[in-house]
Design a protein around this ligand. Structure first.
Ligand code: B1M
Length: 220
């Protein structure tokens, strides 16, 4: 199979949620020496974008989104260790979670992989994380940055609820807050009082490093 056929196969089989084929093609790509990033950014993510577009048009329904998401997640399990660098000294601790009411985690997991790859220690609280769980975890782990992911316009308001909960617990000024997720914008991040926003995983890493450098440059 050529690289182009592998990429096309990954795109097509993710679209129809054929997890075994996606896993097989991921293995073939790696065996052929393809970069994990190529498979991710040129086939898997574009395929999920098409799934979203079809859902919006009413051509796909939740089950189709679910199986496509699962197919992508299977490939990510194989690609994760290759995308993440190992044994690096920690740049800082990043506490991450998808907000309450929201079960989307593929984007969040990708950000985690890239953060780990850049040398952050990532503590992932998973999905549907309530404000009080974020507060308890910030208290327990004392992260440098806490990240909130939201993928629905209806769950984005949880950013403000989480920030309010941190303020109430007296923790807000001890931690940098980053937000992100498909419908989130810089304007929305500013409006809720977050310190940083990123539209994608690689920008998230760059922004996290900048925010950390800025914080550390300020004398305590
Ligand atoms: Co849902 N869903 N979904 N879905 N889903 C979207 C998000 C949607 C945009 C589809 C659409 O209409 N086009 C739409 C949201 C519309 C809106 O509110 N604006 C939608 C909807 C409506 C729903 C339901 C409400 C459907 C229903 O039940 N009627 C429902 C909600 C369930 C819930 O959460 N309560 C639902 C359910 C699901 C599934 C469970 C079936 C499945 C999720 C599987 C899973 O995640 N484990 C699913 C899927 C797969 C999607 C789409 C198709 C793909 C999402 C994805 O993984 N994208 C999605 C359409 C789309 O986004 N194109 C859609 C790939 C991923 C790599 O990108 O998630 O954007 P993304 O992550 C990026 C950035 O956002 C950023 O970096 C990531 C990597 O580059 N980022 C951060 C993410 N977190 C960050 C944090 C940061 C910084 C950057 O700092 C902290």
């Amino acid at each position: 199979m050529t690289e182009q056929e592998i990429l096309q196969g990954l795109y097509d089989r993710t679209l129809v949620g054929d997890a075994p084929a996606v896993l097989d093609l991921t293995g073939r790509g790696l065996a052929a020496g393809m970069a994990p990033e190529t498979m991710l950014f040129e086939a898997l993510i574009p395929s999920l974008e098409e799934v979203g577009a079809r859902f919006e048009r009413g051509d796909f329904f939740v089950p189709e989104m679910l199986i496509a998401g699962r197919a992508m997640a299977g490939a990510m399990e194989v690609l994760r260790p290759l995308l993440a660098r190992t044994g690096a000294t920690s740049l800082g601790t990043f506490l991450m979670g998808t907000v309450k009411g929201d079960v989307h985690d593929i984007g969040k997991n990708l950000v985690n992989i890239m953060l780990e790859g850049a040398g952050f220690q990532v503590i992932d609280l998973g999905v549907q994380v309530a404000p009080e769980r974020f507060v308890a975890a910030v208290r327990e782990h004392r992260p440098d940055i806490v990240g909130f992911s939201a993928f629905l316009t209806t769950t984005m308001p949880m950013f403000k609820a989480n920030i309010n909960a941190l303020e109430k617990a007296g923790l807000r000024d001890q931690v940098i807050v980053m937000v992100g997720g498909a419908p989130v914008t810089q304007e929305y991040a500013d409006a809720v009082g977050a310190d940083g926003y990123a539209a994608d995983a690689s920008t998230a890493v760059r922004r996290a490093k900048e925010l950390l450098a800025g914080r550390r440059a300020v004398p305590a």
